[in-house]
Design a protein around this ligand. Structure first.
Ligand SMILES: Nc1ncnc2c1ncn2[C@@H]1O[C@H](COP(=O)(O)OP(=O)(O)OP(=O)(O)O)[C@@H](O)[C@H]1O
Ligand SMILES: [Mg+2]
Length: 273
């Protein structure tokens, strides 16, 4: 414990390096965002590490979802949004003029708070996008991708005998795993999750948390949560936001045991928010 602390760079709370072997996947630099005249993000700079789970915490309205949506250019879909600064993925600015935002969204998948399967069968929920993007051919190649994606999302055993049934016929927790399987099927690098378990019961929540720990072997996961225990259980790094500012970003243990900022301490101890 002491050792680990000694090795950490404590000179700045933003853009922290976890260790010399950790690769930076997402690098936000001086990011600012306005909805019309209302500024929602102030000068956010942070490095997000490859194949780690990073949790965004903070009170309602502090900009967690807004920042998350900057990482796959989903705010581009909202009219009246102005963005300044940059977001690099693997060293390339995803807001550069030549970049195709649809390609960005393919690389950076997103799972929402409410499971949102398409009104299609379980099979088609997963096969739809890969077939549309010509990632696989119809038939055995597609069948294999559907099976692999469902296995990776921990859902295969529960649905393998009813792949033709509607995705919406599953329980909420199963639907959320179906949405994760659908996200994995297009082979993203990064998975964004915006409060992925807040609509789920404790058992489904635990399944999703276990799944996230498994998935981080292959994917960079960035998740928003209001559940402090969840962040403490699964996140390697935690970022605390307040009123559009990134207040503190550090290893999860530091944020919860030894935060540097009083605002962070007040929030995690339930004094506000
Ligand atoms: N589509 C939008 N149009 C205009 N303003 C928006 C939009 N989405 C968010 N905002 C504003 O931006 C600010 C940040 O909102 P955001 O949804 O990012 O917060 P959040 O931290 O995700 O909150 P919560 O925990 O409630 O989900 C808020 O003031 C919100 O009202
Ligand atoms: Mg939100």
């Amino acid at each position: 414990m002491e050792d680990k602390k000694m090795k950490m760079d404590t000179s700045k709370s933003h853009g922290k390096k976890m260790g010399k072997d950790d690769k930076i996947k997402v690098d936000a630099k001086n990011l600012e965002l306005w909805y019309g005249d209302n500024k929602a993000l102030n000068d956010i700079s942070m490095d997000i590490f490859d194949r780690k789970i990073t949790a965004f915490i903070g009170p309602s309205g502090c900009g967690k979802s807004t920042f998350l949506r900057c990482i796959n250019r989903m705010n581009d879909l909202i009219s009246g949004v102005t963005i300044k600064g940059r977001v690099d993925i693997d060293g390339h600015d995803i807001y550069a003029p030549h970049v195709d935002e649809v390609a960005v969204r393919k690389r950076v998948g997103m799972v929402f708070q409410q499971p949102n399967p398409f009104p299609k069968s379980i099979y088609e929920n997963i096969a739809y996008a890969p077939l549309m993007h010509d990632v696989v051919k119809k038939g055995s190649q597609c069948d294999e991708l559907v099976e692999q994606s469902l296995i990776s999302a921990g859902l295969w055993d529960e649905v393998k005998d009813k792949l033709k049934q509607p995705g919406t016929s599953l329980s909420g927790g199963q639907q959320q795993r179906l949405c994760i399987a659908r996200t994995i099927a297009v082979k993203p690098d990064i998975i964004l999750m915006d409060e992925p378990t807040s609509a789920l019961d404790p058992i489904s929540t635990e399944k999703i948390e276990m799944l996230m720990l498994e998935l981080k072997k292959d994917y960079t996961i960035i998740t928003v949560t209001h559940n402090m225990q969840q962040a403490a259980r699964i996140a390697d790094m935690t970022a605390f936001f307040h009123l559009g500012n990134l207040i503190e970003y550090d290893e999860t243990e530091t944020i919860f045991i030894n935060p540097k900022e009083k605002k962070t301490e007040d929030y995690i101890t339930g004094r506000f928010g």
